[in-house]
Structure formats: structure tokens, C-alpha cells
Ligand binder design. Structure first.
Ligand code: SF4
Ligand code: SF4
Length: 238
């Protein structure tokens, strides 16, 4: 916002889209010379891929002056592809959106009872960073130097059990503004993702929580909880 104001103060007309970007952000960032796109499709600066990109459209042409000397991926490296739990990243620069855990826990996968890949989600309940975490160019990228605003309001609540039993008002006002890929009005989605993670990573203490979720106010959560119990029964756990 400060930068947008600065551009305006310079006499420029400015347009931006803070949520999804006013243009293809990774492509624009690469064209601007500040980084490269690697085989896992993520945009990297010399500090790795955990970057936040924003684009500003202005009404004057700019001269391209930035060059980078970032090394491309090693020809033989395929660590990101090997780390992908669903083989969504099937080849360099080729990711199948329909099978990516990141999509299946946010934009897609609305009924995980019928999602054939639900048992590949591992511990993820929102997004997936496996192909970035595996990349050597992200080694030591997480420095924990910056403060994430209002993290303390939700950090202690981010367990599977607490999400499954969470108050919907808390999800709407605290959780969703941080993890906003799940659309407004679909707040039950966080709960079915957490129920799925409980099934994938089952321990006994989850059982009472899953049973309690069978009485959730949303039918999607009730159905998912009942299905999880059935799946546990098939494994002679429940
Ligand atoms: S985000 Fe996860 S599921 Fe998607 S391509 Fe990367 S590793 Fe695969
Ligand atoms: S893991 Fe290897 S191939 Fe994949 S993006 Fe990183 S360097 Fe490139």
C-alpha cells in the first residue's frame, strides 16, 4: 500500500490486484529480471521461492535495467518431482492442477470422500509446499525474522482437533482472512480437510473429535466425519 501511494505521489496512474495479481505475476517477475522460474514452476529470487509477488500497472513505459545471475536448475535434478505426493508435478514445468494437493485442499476436492487422492495428502490441510521444500535452492530459506501479523490469534488453534471443533465465527473472522483460498461461505472446508488429515495420520485421541463432528451444523462436515469413521472401521480401528 505504501508503494502504491508512493507511485501515485510520483504522478503515476496505478492499478493493482492484491489478491490474484493484475497480470501473470511469476511471468512478469521473470520478465522484470528479478528472478527465474524453476522446474517446479515456482518463481525464485536468489533467496528461494518463498516470495510474495505483487504487480503494479502504471501509465508510463519503463526501461529494463535489472539482470540477475541466478543459476538455473541442475539438468539432472528432479528432487521436486520426486517429492510430489500425487505426481501432479509429472515433468519439469508441467504440473497437473487437478491432482495438486494445493488445489485439492482449496479450490478443488470439495467432497474428499470421493477424491481418489485423499490418502496422499499426508499432513497437509491447506496447500502443499512439498515441491518447494525439497528444492536445494530453498535450503535455509525460512529464517523466522519477520512477524506475521496477528499470528498469535490463531497459532494455538491450528491443530486438527481444534479446527474440526472450531466455532464458525472464529473461522470466518480469524482463520479465513489468513488462509483465504477457501472461498467465503465454504468455511466447513477447513474442517473436512482436518478430518481427512486425521484419517491419514490417525491417533486414538482423534476418535472422540471425529464422533463429535458427526453433529456439526454443516452436512458436509457431518458426512465427512461419518465417512472417516467408516474408513477407520474398515481398518478395525474404530
Ligand atoms: S504443491 Fe504439492 S501436490 Fe502440488 S505439485 Fe507441488 S508437491 Fe505436488
Ligand atoms: S528441486 Fe531441483 S529441479 Fe526442482 S526446482 Fe529445485 S533445483 Fe530445480
Amino acid at each position: 500500500m505504501a508503494f502504491e501511494k508512493y507511485l501515485g505521489d510520483c504522478g503515476l496512474q496505478v492499478a493493482t490486484d492484491r489478491d490474484f495479481g493484475i497480470t501473470a505475476l511469476r511471468w512478469a517477475a521473470m520478465q522484470s529480471g528479478i528472478g527465474i522460474i524453476r522446474k517446479n514452476n515456482f518463481f525464485y529470487t536468489e533467496k528461494g521461492s518463498y516470495q510474495y509477488l505483487e504487480a503494479f500497472l502504471i501509465d508510463v513505459p519503463l526501461k529494463h535495467i535489472v539482470e540477475n545471475s541466478i543459476r538455473p536448475c541442475a539438468e539432472k535434478c528432479n528432487l521436486c518431482m520426486r517429492a510430489c505426493p500425487t505426481h501432479s508435478l509429472e515433468a519439469p514445468y508441467m504440473m497437473c492442477r487437478n491432482t495438486c494437493v494445493s488445489c485439492l485442499t482449496t479450490w478443488d476436492g470439495w467432497d474428499l470422500r470421493k477424491e481418489p487422492l485423499q490418502n496422499k495428502f499426508g499432513k497437509w490441510i491447506y496447500g502443499c509446499d512439498a515441491c518447494q521444500d525439497a528444492c536445494p535452492h530453498n535450503k535455509n530459506a525460512w529464517q523466522e525474522k519477520e512477524v506475521f501479523p496477528a499470528l498469535e490469534k490463531c497459532s494455538k488453534q491450528l491443530t486438527y482437533s481444534k479446527i474440526v471443533l472450531a466455532d464458525y465465527e472464529w473461522i470466518k473472522t480469524v482463520l479465513r482472512p489468513k488462509l483465504w483460498y477457501i472461498p467465503e461461505g465454504k468455511e466447513w472446508r477447513y474442517k473436512i480437510n482436518a478430518l481427512n488429515a486425521m484419517l491419514n495420520n490417525y491417533v486414538e485421541e482423534y476418535l472422540s473429535i471425529i464422533r463429535e463432528a458427526c453433529d456439526d451444523e454443516y452436512v458436509e462436515v457431518r458426512d465427512m466425519a461419518k465417512w472417516v469413521l467408516e474408513e477407520l472401521q474398515k481398518r478395525n480401528i474404530n
